[in-house]
Design a protein around this ligand. Sequence first.
Ligand SMILES: [Zn+2]
Length: 443
Amino acid sequence: MGVHSLADLGAEGDPKWELKVETTRLEPQEGDWALAGDLLWDGVSDEPFASHCVVIREGRILAVCPVQDATEAGLVVEHHSGCLMPGLIDAHVHIEFSEHFPLHNQPFLTTSELMESMAERALRMVRCGITTARDLGGRNFAALSLRDEIRQKRRFGPRLLCAGQPLTTPKGHCHQWGGEAGSLEEAFAVVERQVLHGADWIKVMATGGMRTPGTNVEEAAFSSDFLSEVVQKASASKRPVAAHAHGAAGVIAAVQAGCRTVEHCTWIAKAGQWGCVDDTTIKEMARQGIAVAPTAHANWRRKPMGERNYERLCVALQQLRSTGVQLLASSDAGAIPGLSHDALAGGIQVLASMARMKPVDALRAATSASAECLGVGSECGRLAEGLSADLLLVAGDPTRDLTALERPLLVVAAGRRIEPLVPPPPFPNYETVRRKRHEVARH
Ligand SMILES: [Zn+2]
Protein backbone atom coordinates (compact mmCIF):
# COMPACT_ATOMS: atom_id res chain seq x y z
CA MET A 1 0.00 0.00 0.00
CA GLY A 2 1.59 3.23 -1.13
CA VAL A 3 4.89 1.45 -1.55
CA HIS A 4 6.27 1.43 -5.03
CA SER A 5 9.05 -0.50 -6.62
CA LEU A 6 12.11 1.04 -8.17
CA ALA A 7 10.51 0.80 -11.61
CA ASP A 8 7.69 3.07 -10.49
CA LEU A 9 10.00 5.91 -9.59
CA GLY A 10 8.58 8.48 -11.90
CA ALA A 11 9.22 12.01 -13.00
CA GLU A 12 8.15 13.45 -9.65
CA GLY A 13 11.50 12.54 -8.11
CA ASP A 14 14.09 15.30 -7.88
CA PRO A 15 16.34 14.35 -10.81
CA LYS A 16 19.44 15.39 -8.86
CA TRP A 17 18.63 12.84 -6.22
CA GLU A 18 16.85 10.05 -8.00
CA LEU A 19 17.44 6.64 -6.47
CA LYS A 20 20.12 5.25 -8.73
CA VAL A 21 19.30 2.09 -10.60
CA GLU A 22 22.25 -0.23 -10.35
CA THR A 23 23.36 -1.00 -13.86
CA THR A 24 26.73 -2.48 -13.00
CA ARG A 25 26.68 -5.85 -11.32
CA LEU A 26 27.60 -5.91 -7.66
CA GLU A 27 30.95 -7.49 -7.05
CA PRO A 28 31.07 -8.18 -3.33
CA GLN A 29 34.37 -8.15 -1.47
CA GLU A 30 35.18 -9.60 1.89
CA GLY A 31 33.80 -7.36 4.62
CA ASP A 32 30.85 -6.06 2.58
CA TRP A 33 27.52 -6.34 4.35
CA ALA A 34 23.94 -5.62 3.45
CA LEU A 35 20.94 -4.47 5.45
CA ALA A 36 17.26 -4.41 4.57
CA GLY A 37 14.05 -3.44 6.31
CA ASP A 38 10.56 -4.25 5.11
CA LEU A 39 10.78 -0.73 3.70
CA LEU A 40 13.59 1.56 2.61
CA TRP A 41 13.19 5.33 2.54
CA ASP A 42 16.10 6.97 0.74
CA GLY A 43 15.79 10.40 2.37
CA VAL A 44 14.31 12.02 -0.72
CA SER A 45 11.45 10.11 -2.35
CA ASP A 46 7.81 10.67 -1.47
CA GLU A 47 7.30 7.00 -0.68
CA PRO A 48 9.46 4.23 0.72
CA PHE A 49 10.57 1.29 -1.40
CA ALA A 50 9.88 -2.36 -0.68
CA SER A 51 12.47 -5.14 -1.00
CA HIS A 52 15.50 -2.89 -1.19
CA CYS A 53 18.73 -3.06 0.72
CA VAL A 54 21.81 -1.00 1.45
CA VAL A 55 25.18 -2.58 0.74
CA ILE A 56 27.99 -1.22 2.93
CA ARG A 57 31.70 -1.29 2.26
CA GLU A 58 34.29 0.29 4.53
CA GLY A 59 31.86 2.69 6.14
CA ARG A 60 30.27 3.88 2.91
CA ILE A 61 27.21 2.94 0.90
CA LEU A 62 28.32 0.77 -1.98
CA ALA A 63 24.83 0.35 -3.39
CA VAL A 64 21.14 0.80 -2.75
CA CYS A 65 19.51 -1.96 -4.74
CA PRO A 66 16.80 -4.61 -4.79
CA VAL A 67 17.47 -7.32 -2.21
CA GLN A 68 17.39 -9.85 -5.04
CA ASP A 69 20.36 -8.18 -6.80
CA ALA A 70 22.40 -8.34 -3.62
CA THR A 71 21.58 -11.99 -2.95
CA GLU A 72 22.25 -12.93 -6.57
CA ALA A 73 25.65 -11.29 -6.21
CA GLY A 74 26.34 -13.59 -3.27
CA LEU A 75 25.71 -11.22 -0.37
CA VAL A 76 23.83 -12.30 2.71
CA VAL A 77 21.23 -9.60 3.34
CA GLU A 78 20.37 -9.06 6.99
CA HIS A 79 16.64 -8.48 7.04
CA HIS A 80 14.70 -6.59 9.68
CA SER A 81 11.11 -5.53 10.05
CA GLY A 82 10.61 -1.78 9.96
CA CYS A 83 11.94 0.93 7.70
CA LEU A 84 15.58 1.65 6.87
CA MET A 85 16.31 5.35 6.38
CA PRO A 86 19.19 7.81 6.57
CA GLY A 87 20.38 8.80 10.05
CA LEU A 88 18.88 12.00 11.45
CA ILE A 89 20.49 15.44 11.45
CA ASP A 90 20.07 18.00 14.22
CA ALA A 91 20.98 21.37 12.68
CA HIS A 92 21.43 23.19 15.99
CA VAL A 93 22.89 21.84 19.21
CA HIS A 94 25.39 22.85 21.90
CA ILE A 95 27.04 19.60 22.89
CA GLU A 96 29.28 21.26 25.46
CA PHE A 97 26.40 22.13 27.76
CA SER A 98 24.33 19.95 30.06
CA GLU A 99 20.56 20.21 29.98
CA HIS A 100 20.56 19.81 33.75
CA PHE A 101 21.86 23.36 34.33
CA PRO A 102 21.06 26.81 32.98
CA LEU A 103 23.15 27.71 29.91
CA HIS A 104 25.27 30.31 31.66
CA ASN A 105 25.44 28.53 35.01
CA GLN A 106 27.10 25.26 34.09
CA PRO A 107 29.24 23.46 36.68
CA PHE A 108 32.99 23.76 36.40
CA LEU A 109 34.50 20.66 34.84
CA THR A 110 38.08 19.77 34.13
CA THR A 111 38.98 19.28 30.47
CA SER A 112 38.73 15.51 30.79
CA GLU A 113 35.46 15.65 32.72
CA LEU A 114 34.01 17.95 30.07
CA MET A 115 35.16 15.61 27.31
CA GLU A 116 33.56 12.64 29.07
CA SER A 117 30.25 14.45 29.59
CA MET A 118 30.19 15.59 25.95
CA ALA A 119 31.08 12.09 24.79
CA GLU A 120 28.22 10.65 26.85
CA ARG A 121 25.76 13.05 25.20
CA ALA A 122 27.19 12.28 21.75
CA LEU A 123 26.81 8.56 22.38
CA ARG A 124 23.18 8.96 23.45
CA MET A 125 22.47 11.08 20.37
CA VAL A 126 23.91 8.60 17.92
CA ARG A 127 22.20 5.68 19.67
CA CYS A 128 18.90 7.52 19.08
CA GLY A 129 19.72 7.71 15.37
CA ILE A 130 21.20 11.24 15.20
CA THR A 131 24.22 10.63 12.98
CA THR A 132 25.03 14.28 12.17
CA ALA A 133 24.70 17.44 14.25
CA ARG A 134 25.76 21.04 13.79
CA ASP A 135 27.19 22.44 16.99
CA LEU A 136 26.52 26.17 17.09
CA GLY A 137 28.88 27.24 19.76
CA GLY A 138 30.59 26.93 23.06
CA ARG A 139 33.46 28.21 25.10
CA ASN A 140 36.76 26.55 24.48
CA PHE A 141 36.58 24.66 21.18
CA ALA A 142 35.80 21.54 23.20
CA ALA A 143 33.16 20.41 20.69
CA LEU A 144 35.82 20.53 17.95
CA SER A 145 38.03 18.11 19.92
CA LEU A 146 35.07 15.76 20.30
CA ARG A 147 34.31 16.15 16.57
CA ASP A 148 37.84 15.06 15.73
CA GLU A 149 37.78 12.09 18.11
CA ILE A 150 34.50 10.90 16.56
CA ARG A 151 35.95 11.40 13.08
CA GLN A 152 39.01 9.36 14.06
CA LYS A 153 36.66 6.63 15.35
CA ARG A 154 37.98 6.98 18.88
CA ARG A 155 34.44 7.73 20.10
CA PHE A 156 30.94 6.94 18.98
CA GLY A 157 28.87 10.00 18.16
CA PRO A 158 27.26 11.99 15.38
CA ARG A 159 29.37 13.62 12.68
CA LEU A 160 29.77 17.10 14.13
CA LEU A 161 29.96 20.37 12.24
CA CYS A 162 31.26 22.95 14.68
CA ALA A 163 31.10 26.72 14.93
CA GLY A 164 33.45 27.28 17.89
CA GLN A 165 32.94 30.66 19.55
CA PRO A 166 30.03 32.71 18.18
CA LEU A 167 30.81 36.26 17.14
CA THR A 168 28.89 38.64 19.37
CA THR A 169 28.84 42.30 20.45
CA PRO A 170 30.53 43.36 23.71
CA LYS A 171 28.33 41.91 26.47
CA GLY A 172 26.09 40.52 23.70
CA HIS A 173 24.40 37.10 23.61
CA CYS A 174 26.79 34.42 24.89
CA HIS A 175 29.69 36.86 25.21
CA GLN A 176 30.90 34.56 28.01
CA TRP A 177 32.11 32.15 25.31
CA GLY A 178 34.88 34.46 24.10
CA GLY A 179 33.65 35.76 20.72
CA GLU A 180 33.09 39.42 21.61
CA ALA A 181 33.93 42.05 19.01
CA GLY A 182 33.44 45.81 19.27
CA SER A 183 34.78 46.65 15.83
CA LEU A 184 35.09 45.09 12.40
CA GLU A 185 38.77 44.52 13.05
CA GLU A 186 37.94 42.56 16.20
CA ALA A 187 35.19 40.67 14.37
CA PHE A 188 37.68 39.60 11.70
CA ALA A 189 40.02 38.43 14.46
CA VAL A 190 37.20 36.33 15.95
CA VAL A 191 36.48 34.78 12.53
CA GLU A 192 40.20 34.11 11.96
CA ARG A 193 40.47 32.44 15.37
CA GLN A 194 37.56 30.11 14.56
CA VAL A 195 39.09 29.19 11.20
CA LEU A 196 42.47 28.60 12.86
CA HIS A 197 40.84 26.19 15.31
CA GLY A 198 39.18 24.35 12.43
CA ALA A 199 35.59 25.54 12.84
CA ASP A 200 33.31 24.34 10.02
CA TRP A 201 30.83 27.21 10.40
CA ILE A 202 30.94 30.76 11.69
CA LYS A 203 28.12 31.66 14.07
CA VAL A 204 27.06 35.25 14.62
CA MET A 205 24.66 36.53 17.23
CA ALA A 206 22.61 38.92 15.10
CA THR A 207 20.32 39.80 18.01
CA GLY A 208 20.38 39.32 21.76
CA GLY A 209 19.25 36.06 23.27
CA MET A 210 16.73 35.12 25.89
CA ARG A 211 19.27 33.31 28.01
CA THR A 212 21.76 36.20 28.24
CA PRO A 213 20.35 38.84 30.59
CA GLY A 214 20.83 42.43 29.49
CA THR A 215 20.72 41.63 25.76
CA ASN A 216 17.98 42.80 23.44
CA VAL A 217 16.23 40.15 21.35
CA GLU A 218 14.24 42.60 19.21
CA GLU A 219 17.03 44.82 17.91
CA ALA A 220 19.80 43.98 15.46
CA ALA A 221 23.15 43.52 17.19
CA PHE A 222 25.12 44.32 14.00
CA SER A 223 24.26 46.37 10.91
CA SER A 224 23.77 44.47 7.67
CA ASP A 225 26.93 46.14 6.27
CA PHE A 226 28.93 44.87 9.24
CA LEU A 227 27.50 41.37 8.81
CA SER A 228 28.20 41.48 5.05
CA GLU A 229 31.87 42.08 5.79
CA VAL A 230 31.83 39.17 8.25
CA VAL A 231 30.14 36.89 5.71
CA GLN A 232 32.75 37.83 3.08
CA LYS A 233 35.57 37.28 5.56
CA ALA A 234 34.18 33.85 6.43
CA SER A 235 33.55 32.91 2.84
CA ALA A 236 37.18 33.76 1.96
CA SER A 237 37.97 30.75 4.18
CA LYS A 238 35.04 28.80 2.71
CA ARG A 239 33.03 29.00 5.94
CA PRO A 240 29.27 29.57 5.78
CA VAL A 241 27.67 31.77 8.40
CA ALA A 242 24.80 30.86 10.70
CA ALA A 243 22.98 33.81 12.28
CA HIS A 244 21.17 33.61 15.58
CA ALA A 245 18.28 36.07 15.18
CA HIS A 246 15.01 36.60 17.02
CA GLY A 247 13.78 40.10 16.17
CA ALA A 248 12.91 41.03 12.59
CA ALA A 249 15.70 43.66 12.47
CA GLY A 250 18.30 40.98 13.15
CA VAL A 251 16.74 38.55 10.65
CA ILE A 252 16.70 41.29 7.99
CA ALA A 253 20.36 42.19 8.62
CA ALA A 254 21.39 38.52 8.46
CA VAL A 255 19.48 37.94 5.22
CA GLN A 256 20.81 41.11 3.56
CA ALA A 257 24.32 40.03 4.53
CA GLY A 258 23.83 36.58 2.97
CA CYS A 259 24.10 34.41 6.06
CA ARG A 260 23.42 30.80 5.05
CA THR A 261 21.01 29.88 7.85
CA VAL A 262 18.91 31.86 10.31
CA GLU A 263 18.58 30.29 13.75
CA HIS A 264 15.37 30.59 15.80
CA CYS A 265 13.79 33.22 13.52
CA THR A 266 11.02 33.89 16.00
CA TRP A 267 10.28 37.39 14.67
CA ILE A 268 9.93 38.80 18.17
CA ALA A 269 8.87 42.44 18.16
CA LYS A 270 8.59 44.97 20.95
CA ALA A 271 6.15 43.99 23.71
CA GLY A 272 7.36 40.41 23.32
CA GLN A 273 5.03 39.45 20.50
CA TRP A 274 6.35 36.56 18.39
CA GLY A 275 5.73 35.95 14.70
CA CYS A 276 5.89 39.59 13.55
CA VAL A 277 7.18 38.57 10.11
CA ASP A 278 8.58 40.72 7.33
CA ASP A 279 7.13 39.44 4.03
CA THR A 280 9.84 40.97 1.83
CA THR A 281 12.59 39.32 3.88
CA ILE A 282 10.89 35.93 3.69
CA LYS A 283 10.76 36.24 -0.12
CA GLU A 284 14.42 37.21 -0.12
CA MET A 285 15.28 34.18 2.03
CA ALA A 286 13.53 31.91 -0.45
CA ARG A 287 15.31 33.62 -3.37
CA GLN A 288 18.75 33.25 -1.78
CA GLY A 289 18.11 29.71 -0.50
CA ILE A 290 18.62 30.77 3.11
CA ALA A 291 17.33 28.06 5.43
CA VAL A 292 15.76 28.51 8.85
CA ALA A 293 16.56 26.36 11.87
CA PRO A 294 13.56 27.27 14.05
CA THR A 295 14.79 25.16 17.00
CA ALA A 296 11.26 23.83 17.44
CA HIS A 297 12.11 21.25 20.07
CA ALA A 298 10.33 18.51 21.95
CA ASN A 299 9.71 20.66 25.04
CA TRP A 300 7.74 23.16 22.98
CA ARG A 301 4.86 20.73 23.42
CA ARG A 302 4.31 22.67 26.62
CA LYS A 303 4.20 25.97 24.67
CA PRO A 304 6.59 27.79 27.02
CA MET A 305 6.21 30.98 24.97
CA GLY A 306 2.46 31.03 25.65
CA GLU A 307 -0.48 29.87 23.56
CA ARG A 308 -0.76 33.08 21.53
CA ASN A 309 2.94 33.36 20.63
CA TYR A 310 2.99 29.65 19.82
CA GLU A 311 0.12 30.11 17.37
CA ARG A 312 1.77 33.20 15.84
CA LEU A 313 5.02 31.29 15.38
CA CYS A 314 3.13 28.42 13.73
CA VAL A 315 1.71 30.88 11.19
CA ALA A 316 5.20 32.34 10.60
CA LEU A 317 6.70 28.89 10.01
CA GLN A 318 3.89 28.01 7.62
CA GLN A 319 4.52 31.24 5.70
CA LEU A 320 8.25 30.52 5.48
CA ARG A 321 7.46 27.11 4.08
CA SER A 322 4.79 28.22 1.62
CA THR A 323 7.18 30.91 0.33
CA GLY A 324 9.82 28.26 -0.30
CA VAL A 325 12.17 28.62 2.68
CA GLN A 326 13.59 25.30 3.87
CA LEU A 327 13.04 24.60 7.57
CA LEU A 328 15.55 22.42 9.37
CA ALA A 329 15.00 19.98 12.21
CA SER A 330 16.90 21.63 15.04
CA SER A 331 16.70 21.41 18.81
CA ASP A 332 19.08 23.92 20.45
CA ALA A 333 19.79 21.13 22.95
CA GLY A 334 22.35 22.24 25.51
CA ALA A 335 20.91 25.74 25.62
CA ILE A 336 17.47 24.59 26.79
CA PRO A 337 17.30 23.43 30.41
CA GLY A 338 15.47 20.12 30.63
CA LEU A 339 15.84 19.30 26.92
CA SER A 340 17.88 16.19 26.36
CA HIS A 341 20.34 16.11 23.43
CA ASP A 342 18.78 12.89 22.15
CA ALA A 343 15.20 14.24 21.98
CA LEU A 344 15.24 15.15 18.27
CA ALA A 345 12.55 12.58 17.41
CA GLY A 346 10.06 14.53 19.53
CA GLY A 347 11.28 17.84 18.07
CA ILE A 348 10.68 16.66 14.51
CA GLN A 349 7.07 15.95 15.47
CA VAL A 350 6.72 19.42 17.01
CA LEU A 351 8.18 21.01 13.86
CA ALA A 352 5.83 19.02 11.61
CA SER A 353 2.84 20.00 13.66
CA MET A 354 3.76 23.71 13.93
CA ALA A 355 4.70 24.16 10.27
CA ARG A 356 1.97 21.79 9.02
CA MET A 357 4.47 19.54 7.28
CA LYS A 358 3.64 16.12 5.90
CA PRO A 359 5.68 13.47 7.75
CA VAL A 360 7.90 12.97 4.70
CA ASP A 361 8.67 16.71 4.51
CA ALA A 362 9.58 16.76 8.18
CA LEU A 363 11.83 13.75 7.56
CA ARG A 364 13.55 15.56 4.68
CA ALA A 365 14.06 18.52 7.03
CA ALA A 366 15.93 16.09 9.28
CA THR A 367 17.87 14.27 6.53
CA SER A 368 18.46 15.15 2.85
CA ALA A 369 17.33 18.79 2.86
CA SER A 370 19.21 19.50 6.06
CA ALA A 371 22.41 17.90 4.74
CA GLU A 372 22.12 19.99 1.58
CA CYS A 373 21.66 23.25 3.54
CA LEU A 374 24.49 22.40 5.91
CA GLY A 375 26.84 21.75 3.00
CA VAL A 376 27.21 18.01 3.58
CA GLY A 377 24.67 16.77 1.02
CA SER A 378 27.29 14.74 -0.82
CA GLU A 379 28.35 13.05 2.42
CA CYS A 380 25.15 12.22 4.30
CA GLY A 381 21.39 12.73 4.52
CA ARG A 382 20.45 10.19 1.85
CA LEU A 383 20.77 6.52 1.15
CA ALA A 384 22.76 6.67 -2.06
CA GLU A 385 25.87 5.19 -3.53
CA GLY A 386 29.08 6.72 -2.27
CA LEU A 387 27.66 8.43 0.81
CA SER A 388 28.62 7.67 4.39
CA ALA A 389 26.75 4.64 5.74
CA ASP A 390 24.63 6.56 8.28
CA LEU A 391 21.52 4.49 8.75
CA LEU A 392 18.58 4.31 11.06
CA LEU A 393 16.12 1.45 11.13
CA VAL A 394 12.84 2.23 12.89
CA ALA A 395 9.75 0.17 13.69
CA GLY A 396 6.92 1.31 11.43
CA ASP A 397 6.79 3.61 8.43
CA PRO A 398 8.07 7.09 9.40
CA THR A 399 6.84 8.57 6.10
CA ARG A 400 3.31 7.98 7.41
CA ASP A 401 3.86 8.22 11.14
CA LEU A 402 6.68 10.23 12.72
CA THR A 403 6.34 8.42 16.04
CA ALA A 404 8.22 5.59 14.31
CA LEU A 405 11.35 7.70 15.01
CA GLU A 406 10.82 6.95 18.70
CA ARG A 407 11.31 3.25 17.96
CA PRO A 408 14.86 2.79 16.68
CA LEU A 409 15.78 -0.83 16.05
CA LEU A 410 19.25 -0.40 14.60
CA VAL A 411 21.70 2.44 14.07
CA VAL A 412 24.75 2.54 11.81
CA ALA A 413 27.03 5.60 11.94
CA ALA A 414 29.81 5.88 9.35
CA GLY A 415 29.45 2.15 8.81
CA ARG A 416 29.70 1.26 12.49
CA ARG A 417 26.82 -0.45 14.19
CA ILE A 418 25.61 0.92 17.51
CA GLU A 419 23.14 -0.42 20.04
CA PRO A 420 19.97 1.67 19.58
CA LEU A 421 18.45 3.65 22.41
CA VAL A 422 14.83 4.72 22.71
CA PRO A 423 14.73 8.54 22.74
CA PRO A 424 13.04 10.33 25.63
CA PRO A 425 9.27 10.60 25.36
CA PRO A 426 8.05 13.63 23.41
CA PHE A 427 5.87 14.67 26.33
CA PRO A 428 8.48 14.86 29.08
CA ASN A 429 7.09 15.03 32.54
CA TYR A 430 8.31 18.41 33.70
CA GLU A 431 8.33 17.37 37.36
CA THR A 432 10.57 14.40 36.54
CA VAL A 433 12.98 16.65 34.65
CA ARG A 434 13.10 19.09 37.55
CA ARG A 435 13.64 16.34 40.08
CA LYS A 436 16.45 14.91 37.97
CA ARG A 437 18.08 18.33 37.76
CA HIS A 438 17.97 18.66 41.54
CA GLU A 439 19.54 15.24 41.95
CA VAL A 440 22.37 16.17 39.59
CA ALA A 441 22.81 19.54 41.30
CA ARG A 442 23.32 17.79 44.63
CA HIS A 443 26.32 15.83 43.32
ZN1 LIG B 1 21.70 27.83 20.22
